[in-house]
Write a protein that binds this ligand. Sequence first.
Ligand SMILES: [Zn+2]
Length: 131
Amino acid sequence: MKREEFLQRAEKLLRQRRDELRRRVGSGISELQSGDQGNVQDHADAAAEDEFQLFMCSFAELGRHELAEIESALERLREGTYGICESCGKSIPIARLQAIPTAKMCVKCQQEWEKRKASGGDDEEEDEFAA
Ligand SMILES: [Zn+2]
């Protein structure tokens, strides 16, 4: 597959995934809101409701995180920097992008980054949570 062809497909896939996540994260939040007006009188139900809300919270959080990754990948596609390693500036192989469409680094740099992170370097994943 040619790179340009792949980039077009990647953009389409990322957009689909983004829309799907937006719907899911959105419905997760409205479930949470409507859950408040539910049957509060039953204690067993209320406990189950609490667990469900906790689950929905972390689920929505995960979704939001992935959504941010996808938005940033789409931005790189627009800017023409998608598929280029943020660290060494080399092209990320298509096979890797197919497996991880939001990959920002080539395998080598990713491994080095993870090693740095595991050894407790001071430049941890700050930008990951700033979004
Ligand atoms: Zn690299």
